[in-house]
Write a protein that binds this ligand. Structure first.
Ligand code: ADP
Ligand code: MG
Length: 343
């Protein structure tokens, strides 16, 4: 069996830092939320902001992780009578909203299904359809009962906030940057990027979208995006997967089948302007639109339900870029992908 664990995976969004003028940033890299994270901040208070950023991400990891035995989510999943508090309830409420908006493609109650595939333990296996069907009986947002500060789950139901927690963390870091008066910087939380302000020379930050065909080469890109005060989040089937009997099984599951989504997409990048909550939105939508596939993802974008732009990379080598990004991207040099602007 061949597999890739997240700890080996290159960031799906590699931040490319070119010569940045005179001022130098302070940069900190940590491992949290099961991924590599980097924060980069310019300005006099950069050291303090970086240590606050690291504390905030570790606080969220301890609250939201479903593998940490002490986290609020672990207690909730165990059926313990604890008050998870307003912050966790707010995030679950956001997950409910994105689930409803995407026709159920986004579903945090897939946790037991993800466990059955071994994605939480790294002991991968292909579950039988009977096993999946039995678990799917407990999947669905109707199994979560929420008040402002308490949550309860129906017996057999468990939640996994892995598809939304890093996005929420990026929102929290944006709020921290704002409070601290940070003028420029960026954060990269394993595929979730916040580009804050501009580069010191006034140009936008260059954010690379990883080439799904070469996930181990951080310099292998599909294209670059040029972003300022924006979130960019990528979900891809190349980030975490295992292979058995010549077939590849990745970690983004289709709630309809309980199996890895086979939507014809290999990666989905969602981009939105900086605004509170948009980091969470980009993270939820990148996962949901991956499940929905090209046609439904583009209809959803056209519906205007949320304000965001997309870069879709398809299995057959096309890159679809929505028109709001048309003058904010450049194909990687020598790219063999076929680029199309979508309106
Ligand atoms: P990553 O966390 O690898 O950057 P995502 O944001 O797309 O990527 O989240 C994928 C994780 O979310 C999976 O590892 C699993 O825990 C969970 N998950 C899988 N499928 C779904 C889904 N359809 N809806 C919500 N969460 C999901
Ligand atoms: Mg996500």
């Amino acid at each position: 069996m061949k597999y890739r664990a997240r700890s080996f995976a290159a960031l799906s969004l590699a931040l490319m830092l070119s010569a940045c003028g005179s001022s130098q940033p302070e940069t900190l890299s940590i491992l949290a939320m099961d991924t590599a994270m980097t924060f980069s901040v310019y300005g006099d208070d950069a050291d303090t902001v970086l240590s606050d950023a690291s504390l905030e991400v570790r606080r969220l990891d301890a609250l939201l992780s479903r593998t940490n035995p002490e986290s609020a989510v672990t207690h909730l999943n165990a059926g313990d009578q604890i008050q998870v508090g307003e912050e966790v309830c707010g995030l679950i409420a956001a997950a409910q909203e994105y689930s409803a908006a995407t026709g159920g493609a986004f579903d945090i109650t897939l946790a037991p299904v993800s466990t059955a595939w071994g994605f939480t333990t790294d002991s991968y296996q292909v579950p039988s359809q009977e096993e999946l069907d039995a678990l799917l009986a407990h999947v669905g947002m109707e199994h979560i009962h929420l008040t402002e500060d308490t949550a309860t789950l129906d017996p057999g139901t468990q939640i996994d906030l892995g598809a939304i927690a890093k996005g929420y963390a990026s929102d929290q870091l944006g709020a921290l940057f704002q409070r601290s008066g940070v003028e420029r910087g960026w954060v990269s939380l394993g595929g979730n990027v916040l580009a804050w302000g501009s580069r010191p020379d006034g140009d936008p930050w260059e954010v690379g979208i990883q080439d799904p065909a070469h996930p181990d080469e951080s310099s292998a890109l599909v294209c670059s995006l040029f972003l300022q005060d924006a979130f960019a989040v990528t979900s891809g089937s190349y980030q975490r997967y295992f292979e058995q009997d010549g077939k590849r099984y990745h970690h983004i599951l289709d709630p309809k089948t309980g199996a890895p989504a086979e939507s014809g997409l290999v990666s989905v990048t969602v981009v939105a302007d900086y605004a509170p909550g948009n980091g969470t939105m980009c993270d939820a939508l990148s996962t949901a639109l991956f499940v929905m596939g090209e046609e439904d993802a583009l209809s959803f974008w056209r519906s205007g339900t949320y304000d965001f732009e997309l870069v879709l990379v398809t299995e057959d080598g096309r890159v679809l870029v929505t028109e709001g990004l048309a003058d904010r991207y450049a194909p990687a040099e020598g790219s063999t992908y076929v680029f199309e602007t979508v309106s």
